[in-house]
Ligand binder design. Structure first.
Ligand SMILES: Cc1cc2nc3c(=O)[nH]c(=O)nc-3n(C[C@H](O)[C@H](O)[C@H](O)COP(=O)(O)OP(=O)(O)OC[C@H]3O[C@@H](n4cnc5c(N)ncnc54)[C@H](O)[C@@H]3O)c2cc1C
Length: 379
């Protein structure tokens, strides 16, 4: 069956390990790797494997995955751009509508929209991975979320075996979440965005970025030329090791490893503040990032990790079984990185130590952002 699928139009078999397929560069070798370069190819491959009961994992850029060493029972279905001209993103300059195959490289698409003078995606510059994965976890950065720009999403529904455009509202998009994440119920095969066409960015909402772009304190809903915003975002991201660079181990990561925790109410927030005061003093507690989020409050995972004693570059001590192959990024405490030759066990040990340390210090249990396959974080 795999050989027959490999002969399908738009499908290529290139067997590789997950250490090759993921940005954390860890994980074993799947039974086969089938690269699909069109929605029809995705539908054929996923449909055939599903009907035969073969477990599969859809992969884009592998930048949000933690994969175990034993995955030999799995077929990796990789979505990647095709070479034909008809596969290029479709850009409608009159309406600001852009449509792209899910396997396109996300940042290449952002560059196309910025070159066209379209606003809406510029703050999401430099995020690794594919177009199709962006609605899966509603990617976000620098005050923007992809959900604000989606007009339609094409899905291959694995229950019905059909390919259809759906309204983004049906995906329950929320902070780093959609009902596609963790469920695998459907594969995103194409995405349509509706962007602004006046050459200016979406209103800037993120202080650090606004300051870099010279936004004045009195400016209401400040906007700037999209190319300037893209350049500023890429510069900020590079400083934090958040733009992939094969030569920089700080970028051998899955990005932010833990989501920012949301505590349910003021009492829970005050309990965290009391724990921070006990450990770090009242001055530090007064500076704790804390933002209203629905009924509760969103805290900063990076800040909590740092204040719990995990500085940049921290690694599990050798006395506790640390191998030195996995460490926090030297640029950002929220990224767990492969320093070269790390195994899944090294990353799991590091993640466990950080999560448990933050819990012991402040009573907050951090939750990983990436999708785990063939391995899990122990309770
Ligand atoms: C250095 C770095 C920086 C990052 N910065 C950010 C950031 O600023 N903001 C942010 O939100 N994220 C960030 N990330 C995380 C990651 O880049 C995004 O989540 C990205 O959208 C993942 O895309 P991918 O194609 O690599 O997905 P993969 O890692 O290949 O897959 C992730 C999950 O999505 C599923 N999936 C992938 N494609 C599809 C599809 N077409 N249809 C259905 N399911 C699919 C997979 O099965 C898997 O469950 C960062 C990661 C790295 C390494």
């Amino acid at each position: 069956m795999i050989d027959a699928l490999a002969r399908t139009d738009g499908v290529l078999r290139t067997d590789r390990s997950f250490a090759d397929l993921t940005t954390l560069r860890i994980g074993g070798t799947p039974a086969a790797t089938l690269v699909c370069s069109s929605p029809a190819a995705v539908a054929t491959v996923v449909g055939t494997l599903d009907r035969a009961g073969v477990p599969l994992l859809v992969v884009g850029g592998g930048s949000n995955l933690v994969v175990g060493e034993d995955v030999a029972g799995l077929v990796a279905v990789v979505l990647a751009p095709g070479r034909g001209e008809d596969a290029a993103p479709v850009v409608d300059t009159a309406t600001g509508t852009v449509t792209a195959f899910a396997g396109e490289v996300w940042d290449d698409l952002v560059a196309v929209t910025v070159d066209a003078g379209f606003g809406g995606l510029e703050c999401l510059s430099g995020i690794p991975g594919s177009v199709g994965a962006t609605p899966v976890q509603n990617v976000g950065a620098y005050g923007a979320e992809v959900s604000r720009t989606l007009s339609r999403v094409e899905l291959y529904d694995r229950t019905t075996g059909t390919l259809d455009w759906v309204d983004p509202a049906s995906l329950d998009l929320a902070y780093r979440y959609s009902n596609l994440k963790f469920t695998g119920r459907a594969v995103v095969t194409a995405v349509e965005f509706r962007l602004t066409t006046d050459g200016l960015s979406a209103p800037l909402r993120f202080g650090e970025l606004a300051r870099r772009l010279g936004v004045g304190a009195d400016e209401d809903r400040p906007r700037r030329p999209v190319a300037d915003v893209r350049e500023a975002v890429l510069a900020l991201r590079r400083g934090k090791g958040m733009v992939l660079d094969a030569d920089d181990h700080d970028t051998w990561s899955a990005g932010s490893f833990f989501t920012n925790p949301v505590v349910p109410d003021a009492a829970a927030r005050d309990a965290v503040l009391a724990a921070v005061t006990d450990r770090c003093g009242a001055d530090v507690a007064a500076s704790m990032p804390c933002y209203p989020a629905g009924e509760g409050f969103k805290l900063s995972a990076a800040w909590l990790i740092d204040r719990a004693g995990f500085a940049r570059g921290w690694q599990v001590p050798a006395d506790d079984g640390g191998t030195g192959r996995a460490a926090l990024s030297t640029k950002h405490t929220l990224a767990l990185t492969n320093r070269g030759g790390a195994t899944t066990a090294d990353i799991v040990a590091l993640a466990t130590a950080v999560r448990d340390g933050v819990r012991a210090a402040f009573g907050v249990t951090l939750v990983p952002e990436p999708v785990w396959v063939g391995v899990s974080l122990p309770d």
